[in-house]
Every structure is written in C-alpha cells, then in structure tokens.
Design a protein around this ligand. Structure first.
Ligand SMILES: [Zn+2]
Length: 404
C-alpha cells in the first residue's frame, strides 16, 4: 500500500517536474534567415517559437511575440531549415552494444559524431540488432540520450546471399521461398519494426556473380509489410536486382546500382509505382578500390540519380553511415549537386522523406509542425556544402547538438 502511494507521489512529482521543464524550455530562434521549404522564398530576420516539441510561431521579428521567459538562441547571420532525414543508416557499431545499460553520455557523444552534428533529426536504420536499437530508441525518446527519431527495417537476404562485405560468421535471415519471406516479414512487423529491407541483389565479390532474389520471394515480403502500411526498401546491386524491385512492388531503392544505367522501361515503372531512390553516392566514392574505378562508379551513380530525378522520381538523402565510417556529409552533397539543384538536395533531406513516409508534421519550418530544425552557418541554396556546416540541431524543441 505504502509502496503504491510512494509510486503515485513519485509520478506526480515527475509530472510536475516535466510540466515546469516544458515551460522553461520554450525555445526561440531569433534573427536568422528561414527556408520554410526548399522552394520557398527565404524569410530574413525571422523569429521561430517552439514549445512542447512543436513550432508555435514563425514570422518576421516585427510580427512575432517573444514569450518573456523563453530560452533564446541568436541566429544572426545563420540560416534555418527543417531537420534532416538520413534514410539509410546502420546502428551497428560497437558503441551501440548493450544500449540499454551503456552510459548515456557515450551514446549521446557518438550520436553527435555520427548523425546530429550533421543536422540529422530522423533516420531509417536499414539493418541492425533490434534489441540494442529498441533500447536506444527508448532512451532517446525519454530524453535521456540525445539523438534522432529512429525507424527500423528488418532484412531479408536471398539464398546463398551473404554479402562479401559482411563478416562471414554473421547470421543473416535468408529466404529461399515466398513462404519463408512472408514468415520473416510478418515476424518483423509483430516485433514492432517499421519496415522491410530486401536484398534483391547481393555483391559476392569482384570475380563472382551477383546473387539476385526471385521477384516472387521479394513480393511475398513486400505484400506483408504493405498490409501493415509499412514501406519496403531494397538493395538492388545490378539491373536484375532493379527489375526485382519493380516486379516485387518494393518502395525505396536503398542505393543507386552503378554500372547499369536505368532503362527507359525501368524509369517508366519507377514513375508508375512511385518508387523512391536513396543515391548513397559518397559510399561509392570512398570504397577501398583504385581511384579510377571508384571515379567510374561515382560517374555512373550520378548519371542514374540524374535520370531518376529528371524522370520525376522522389530522391531521399541517405549515406549508409554506420556501415561506412564516413560521417561527414559534405562529399554526399557535392556529388548529389552534380545531378540536382541545391533546393532539390535540401528537399531530399526534408520535404521528400516527410512526404514519402507520410510524416505529416515533419519536413517544414511551419507553425504546427514538429520542432525539428537545423541552424546552418551558411545559406545551403547558395552552396550545398553549407548543409554540412551545422551550428545547432534541434529535435522536438530540444537542442541535441550545438557546435562547441
Ligand atoms: Zn546499408
């Protein structure tokens, strides 16, 4: 009885503490230039007010009332855009092991080095240990660890589909039949994962053939997650892998597939089926291969991105970070800019993923939207490299990274 009462009292105190904290945490950004969306005209000398995780006001300094007790960040000379999505990451590094018990400070520090220092407020993890992932997400959502909003996708590999770049002892979920793919996809959904990642093509090594997944097997997995209204990502690797994406009805290509330009027919199907593309160009730029081969892969991937985008396809920013140790996003922006305008690169980070994944309160700096914002040192439309020059990252109205 006493314990019950103590529990209730503790809860009441906690509620009180949070109530007070929420008021004290009304956050105001003052003096910066705001891009509400990538295509919108910039608003100079703006004021943004955030409270309880949402944007409560945005407008010119002359029109927005600043609450007297708010915490203020002076943004003079800075540019403010919506929080970035990295739609292809892996929380697989050793630092995430035992995420339930690991010290919060070390988890926050690595989130900053890998993601939030680069303006990232939402990620899609396309393959990791869900035990650690769920624990990490819980601690982030409780405000104990500072990090992004995380979505998880569970993987399915084809038979004999162990990629050469993953440790041979690693146990991977392979599906040799549609029934097996259906079973795996259903178990991921029941486990609480947010999507599926199919390897419709697997790289086995320079001298070996790519192993592709039968479209019927891929489709069995896709149908399950679509019934749960969740997206299916796919790693295509080659032209047959791209065809399997189309035939299976998967939603997002997790990479370009350098070496095989998209055919006119593939481009037409991308449009019909609303298939999105994550280019991961810097991944190909930083592979441990001779520079002239890497340059050829990058050129081919840039061509694919260009053809895809000019065809009207939705491009989603993603780097495969966690698999690659390249945390700095500058190269990805420079390479994307070879195929896209600056505003299109910003859209791939903000409005495109929010729209594609139906996150209706994300992707814009607008009243009523989530207070996920990035304060940049320079204008990203004038120079895309400024997208990597992050002064402050804010998620749900809380500063999760601030440049020292
Ligand atoms: Zn990946």
């Amino acid at each position: 009885m006493i314990r019950k009462w103590l529990g209730a009292a503790f809860l009441a105190l906690l509620t009180l503490a949070y109530g007070v904290a929420a008021d004290a945490q009304t956050l105001v950004l003052k003096g910066g230039t705001v891009y509400a969306t990538p295509e919108a005209a910039p608003l100079a000398d703006a004021v943004i007010v955030m409270s309880s995780g949402a944007i409560t006001a945005v407008g010119p300094a002359s029109e927005v009332q600043i609450p007297p007790d708010a915490r203020m960040i002076d943004c003079t000379g800075k540019t403010i855009v919506a929080g970035f999505w990295n739609s292809h990451v892996h929380l697989t590094e050793a630092v995430w092991k035992n995420a339930a018990e690991a010290p919060a400070a070390s988890l926050t520090a690595h989130m900053q080095a890998m993601l939030t220092k680069w303006g990232v407020t939402t990620v899609w993890d396309l393959g990791s240990d869900p035990t650690d992932g769920f624990a990490l997400r819980k601690r982030i959502n409780a405000g104990e660890v500072l990090g992004p909003n995380i979505f998880f996708a569970g993987s399915i590999f084809p038979r004999d589909g162990h990629p050469i770049y993953l440790p041979p002892e690693m146990q991977l979920p392979e599906a040799a039949t549609p029934e097996r793919a259906e079973h795996l996809a259903r178990s991921y959904m029941q486990m609480g994962l947010d999507g599926l990642k199919l390897f419709t093509g697997v790289f086995k090594g320079e001298d070996k053939a790519v192993v592709n997944m039968d479209a019927a097997i891929a489709k069995a997995g896709v149908d399950v997650v679509h019934a749960w209204v969740k997206p299916a990502f796919a790693h295509p690797q080659n032209r047959a892998g791209v065809d399997a994406v189309i035939a299976a009805g998967a939603d997002v290509m997790a990479h370009t597939a350098p070496g095989a330009n998209y055919t006119a027919e593939q481009l037409e199907r991308f449009k019909q089926q609303n298939i999105a593309l994550i280019p991961t160009l810097s991944l190909f730029a930083k592979l441990p291969i001779p520079p002239e081969i890497s340059a050829r892969l990058v050129d081919s991937a840039v061509q694919q991105l260009k053809a895809f985008s000019e065809n009207g396809g939705k491009v989603l920013f993603g780097t495969d970070v966690g698999f690659t140790k390249l945390y700095d996003t500058t190269t990805e922006y420079e390479l994307m800019h070879r195929a896209l305008r600056g505003s299109q690169v910003l859209a791939a980070l903000t409005t495109n993923p929010a729209g594609y994944f139906k996150a209706t309160s994300k992707g814009r700096v607008q009243q009523g939207f989530d207070a996920d914002l990035v304060i940049l040192d320079g204008d990203p439309i004038a120079d895309v490299r400024n997208l990597a020059k992050v002064a402050v990252t804010i998620r749900a109205g809380q500063v999760i990274y601030q440049k020292p």
